[in-house]
Design a protein around this ligand. Sequence first.
Ligand code: NAD
Length: 275
Amino acid sequence: MSVPNIALNDGTSIPQIGFGTYKIPNEDAERRVLDALEAGYRHIDTAALYKNEEGVGRAIARSGLAREEIWVTTKMWNDRRGAEDSRRALDESLERLGLDYVDLYLIHWPAPANGPIAETWEALNTAKAEGKMRSLGVSNFDYRFLPELLDTGIIPSVNQIELHPTFQQPETVKASGERDIAIEAWGPIGQGKVDYASGIIGDIAAQHGASWAQVILAWHLQKQRVVLPKSSTPERMAENLAAASITLSDDQIAEIDALDTGDAGRLGPNPAELS
Ligand code: NAD
């Protein structure tokens, strides 16, 4: 199964389907990530918060794949801030992963209660210049938090945000698009908490002989987003990758666009409130 890549604003190229590892315990991560790599994933999404970077790193080492064949993203947790501490956090993640560099390093949440972000952001950009990451980005920086970053003159390559049919964050998608910041959708199929199987998505799935999850993933892919579906079974890992071969019509895309319920659809924390 071949997964398309999209170009980032810094000249790198990222596989559009990544394997999400949230809530995969460290002791299971090696097996799950090896399964994902065997299924054809070449993009793994982890975070210091997930406490599974060591298992992810072991899988990469054991996979037999060349380092440059796998896109690895990790994230800095909210309690790490400031020039020195943020660089230390990155070094600690690299150590746990057993890697010299990550492909993408993200500030996990804006966490506004933890102080201004500029010094941290500039320090991470220096670490990028030193080769410790290929791309630098943010996560959960909605339209309210992007201006503070952009004021530094350092434009993120990626904004990883909660995004699924009932929570589409149009203001943030627009503000990111204006600076050519790629959107990565976390919780792309609604974290198993939303009934997407019935109704319009189920109807579209039946028309394509596909699953409801594949239809949602195809919708994201056609909007040029990166998706990070998480699964622990090889069957669903393969099913989610196969979404790349489904093409929805413009009308079907518009029908899914119309499912947005604004803030009522949010499943995770509000970035203004998490610290
Ligand atoms: P998700 O939308 O990927 O949903 C995962 C759930 O869907 C699991 O319960 C899984 O069993 C089920 N599932 C997977 N494939 C399926 C299929 N084909 N059919 C039916 N059910 C299926 O939610 P997620 O794991 O929260 O998000 C994906 C990834 O995004 C995470 O693993 C993590 O890497 C990242 N993430 C980032 C943040 C952030 O703050 N940056 C927050 C949450 C998640």
